[in-house]
Design a protein around this ligand. Sequence first.
Ligand code: NAD
Length: 276
Amino acid sequence: MKKLETMFDLTGRVAVITGGTGLLGQQHAEAIASAGGIPVLADICLEGVDPHSREWKERFGDLACAIKADITQPDSVKALLADVLARYSRVDILINNAANNPKMEKTSDVEFSRLENFPLSQWEADLSVGLTGAFLCSQIIGSEMARRRRGVIVNVASDLAVIAPDQRLYRKPGLPADQQPVKPVTYSVVKTGLIGLTRYLATYWADSGIRVNAISPGGVYNNQPEDFIQRLTNLIPLGRMANANEYQAAILYLCSDASSYMTGTNLVVDGGRSCW
Ligand SMILES: NC(=O)c1ccc[n+]([C@@H]2O[C@H](COP(=O)([O-])OP(=O)(O)OC[C@H]3O[C@@H](n4cnc5c(N)ncnc54)[C@H](O)[C@@H]3O)[C@@H](O)[C@H]2O)c1
């Protein structure tokens, strides 16, 4: 009898993870490595990254690598693909994970996060990484996988692809209404747009052996202020935010043959927040 766990096996498969050196990118990379895959951590920032260190090899495996890439630039994404193919002669998985993530609870540029004042330059910068970057990586790396007639794309969206931000979460006592911080409009637009991109690519490449799905994670503990955590927790049926490693199993599921009959959908992993 075939063991079910073999369906999660990624032995030898190469996975490009954009935003790979960030908080969740590293978790995705560990998940790939734990199933025998080879993670490529592609990021505009490789600060503090040492692929020769013992810690790196323990977390991501001997064959893993980090490649500097700016996913907003087509030439940079083409160079990333060329580098991956030169190193491994294959690419099997693309995780579109990079984003400009506003740290709302820490921001000091409060007035600029509000819709009325939101700078066009910020709108363009956020869409450029979150949406254009995912489009370019899909176009360039996804096309290579389609040419080989095998591959998986996972778009990292958010619970805010499914629900609107609850701006009460970000309120600061004592500030007038027009100066209250808010989750920027771009976050909702980028994340919702990724769901559209997911459906488009899933149907476009359905007969080319490429499956495309999204994952919508909820908020992760990351040293947020206690009052913010309390307010957010009150909106989550499971009564807590997520630990950073709690999306690994879902990522592995979407990247592996375990999800072989799944494409064009959005896997919501949010502690139940969006059903309340
Ligand atoms: N952390 C959360 O609570 C949470 C919740 C839901 C969804 N998400 C989503 O998960 C993904 C990862 O989030 P995170 O918390 O790890 O964020 P993070 O800020 O730690 O990581 C994002 C990474 O993207 C990289 N990046 C930015 N611009 C880039 C570019 N032009 N080219 C290449 N790389 C670029 C950054 O250098 C960074 O390493 C994001 O899409 C985010 O929106 C996060």
